[in-house]
Design a protein. Structure first.
Ligand code: SF4
Ligand code: FES
Length: 255
């Protein structure tokens, strides 16, 4: 298992600074609205995250500000946005990371914009799941709901758990130049999920079956190894290792 690189949010941080937030504002539902950047000022408090700052701005200055969150703990993946040029989770990002006190917030590119900083990652993930059939396909004869639960090999369970840590935040999609240039490319999150099912001994699909889904330029051979996914994934998942593994497997089906 790899070491988590998400910054701690227990830092006390500095107090007394005045922060400037430049925030993308646009409501596609509102007739005549145009995309614009709006500036807000806020006093920094100890331990302040971007998520805390956004809530204060919405509570105290502008109730129309749209952004998403659920867990505030890096688990639900809802609060991903582009912070000073890099896609990441707002609830795990301290304002003290920005010494100049200037913070620019943009919505994740590559997803349908709901409004301001809110994008529809759920729709994207659902379409991806349908396209790649991202669910367990039991082997023939192993589909009975009356069958007894089988213990899993602990090593296999640990390897599966490593890939199950994806929170579907969409950061790897936004950070991938290949995906931004070619919308049909499945992106790292899709390939990671295929790797997860390929690894699962309960899944009856063969390597050839997976080849038919991702053995092309929109799949595992389309990745240009630009590393945006792995460099920015808030869960520090091993995208490159898994993509290389899938490529080897897919290439072997051609021999
Ligand atoms: S692989 Fe990482 S960056 Fe991509 S959706 Fe999952 S958690 Fe987010
Ligand atoms: S609010 Fe859930 S990951 Fe940030």
């Amino acid at each position: 298992m790899t070491t988590r690189l998400i910054p701690t949010v227990t830092d006390t941080g500095s107090a007394g600074r005045r922060l400037t937030f430049n925030i993308f504002r646009f409501d596609p539902q509102e007739n005549g609205d145009k995309p614009k950047m709006v500036s807000y000022s806020l006093d920094e408090t100890p331990g302040m995250t971007i998520f805390i700052a956004l809530n204060r701005l919405r509570d105290e200055q502008d109730s129309s500000l749209q952004f998403d969150f659920v867990c505030r703990a890096g688990i639900c993946g809802s609060c991903a946005m582009v912070i000073n040029g890099l896609p990441t989770l707002a609830c795990r990002t301290l304002t003290t990371r920005y010494p100049k006190g200037e913070i620019t917030l943009m919505p994740l590119p590559g997803f349908e914009l709901i409004g301001d900083l809110s994008v529809n990652t759920g729709k994207f993930m659902r379409q991806l799941a349908e396209r790649l059939q991202l669910w367990l396909h039991p082997r023939e004869g192993e589909q009975s709901i009356h069958a007894l639960e089988q213990a899993m090999d602990p090593d296999e369970a640990a390897r599966l758990y490593e890939l199950e840590r994806c929170v579907e935040c969409g950061v790897c999609v936004s950070a991938c130049a290949t995906k931004q240039m070619r919308d049909t490319f499945v992106g790292a999150v899709g390939l990671m999920k295929i790797a997860r099912f390929e690894l699962d001994s309960r899944d009856g699909r063969s390597v050839e079956d997976f080849y038919h889904v991702i053995g092309n330029q929109d799949g595992v051979f389309g990745c240009m190894t630009l590393l945006g996914c792995q460099d920015n994934c808030p869960k520090d998942l091993p995208h490159m290792q898994q993509i290389a593994y899938l490529r080897r497997k897919m290439a072997m089906t051609l021999l």
